[in-house]
Design a protein around this ligand. Structure first.
Ligand code: DGY
Length: 335
């Protein structure tokens, strides 16, 4: 409990966030805050109770900030600061919507902070780790180690001479810079339009969506989840990919049609998948994807390093405080 009886703006922190962010909130003397002091998500019923009357909310991506929550919070709410770069858990239309209270129309005008940039290196590191673990079948191999010496029949495709592809050019560049020393033959990407300046950093070639599917040996998805990217990794994509292709997702589970991915993996349409993100999270242990040896599933840990999570919490706290002061936030989402 971190709340003192005062007239300071009231803030609810929906998760035990790393110490740097908490120190910033405490030392600011600018807010009174209460925190869900756990590594597990706050139950929805508790969240709806706790946000009542708050001026600010510091949340993480497990909290849906939607009409129900905004109504529960009430008209004092001025700032939502999410400790994440992704914002698909925030209903942006609701945040900027006009509402009628006692026959008067008010714009909610809630400002939103988020945490881009500070986690990108950490996410790229995990993407590369997952790509290597999946393609070299490391998880499977650890289970074989007690049984076999050199596992002669255990051969995989390596990165040398392979083509690495991505939708999100920024993600491709970050992953590509790390993978270049592995002698990757070619980097390809697709996007709404070519972005030669950024692409030139790793000599990445712009191709169509179909070519991306057909040419990739490794396909890493790092794009944001939006209505346009929802379910975009589906049968249409997998059926065009090479049989030896590896699919990696460190963005959001929602970009993948998991039934189609299961079919593609279990019928040998593609060779393997490494997923840091799923729908839902956590993925139930009885989910068919867990039965596949060629699917490596992680519990959304791409940004999970001490330094990165601390930087995210500090940025989220600074966004929140600046928003409550009515000043520009260090990283504000333009609604
Ligand atoms: C983000 O910040 O959106 C990441 O997915 C969280 O780790």
């Amino acid at each position: 409990f971190h709340r003192a009886m005062s007239t300071l703006p009231k803030v609810y922190v929906t998760r035990k966030v790393p110490p740097d962010g908490l120190d910033i909130l405490r030392k600011s003397g600018q807010v009174q805050f209460e925190m869900w002091d756990s590594d597990e998500p706050v139950p929805r019923v508790e969240l709806l109770k706790k946000v009542k009357g708050c001026d600010g909310i510091l949340c993480v991506l497990t909290e849906k900030i939607d009409a129900q929550l905004l109504e529960a919070a009430g008209p004092n709410l001025k700032v939502v600061s999410t400790m994440s770069v992704g914002f698909d858990h925030l209903s942006l239309d609701e945040l900027k919507k006009s509402v009628t209270i006692l026959a008067c129309v008010f714009s909610r005008g809630i400002r939103v902070g988020y945490t881009p940039d500070v986690l990108t290196d950490c996410v790229a590191e995990l993407t590369v780790a997952l790509l290597l673990a999946t393609s070299r079948r490391l998880i499977e191999a650890t289970h074989e180690a007690g049984e076999h010496g050199e596992l002669y029949g255990y051969v995989v495709m390596n990165l040398q001479t392979a083509q690495l592809a991505s939708w999100d050019l920024g993600g491709l560049v970050r992953n590509g810079m790390r993978l270049k020393p592995f002698k990757v033959k070619k980097f390809i990407y697709t996007d709404v339009a070519p972005r030669p300046e950024l692409a030139n950093m790793i000599e990445a070639e712009y191709v169509s969506f179909d070519e991306l599917a057909k040419q990739s040996d490794f396909l890493a998805v790092c794009c944001a989840l939006t209505p346009e990217t929802h379910g975009i990794c589906n049968w249409n994509l997998f059926s065009k990919m090479k049989k030896n292709a590896i699919f990696i997702n460190t963005s959001r589970g929602g970009v993948v049609n998991q039934e189609d991915l299961y079919e593609a993996l279990s019928t040998g349409l593609i060779a393997g998948a490494g997923l840091d993100v799923t729908t839902p999270e956590p993925l139930p242990t009885h989910h068919p994807l867990f039965t596949l040896k060629n699917c490596v599933i992680l519990p959304h840990i791409a940004s999970a390093s001490y330094t990165t999570r601390n930087a995210m919490s500090a940025l989220a706290a600074n966004n929140l405080l600046a928003g409550l002061r009515g000043e520009p936030m260090p990283k504000e989402l333009k609604l």
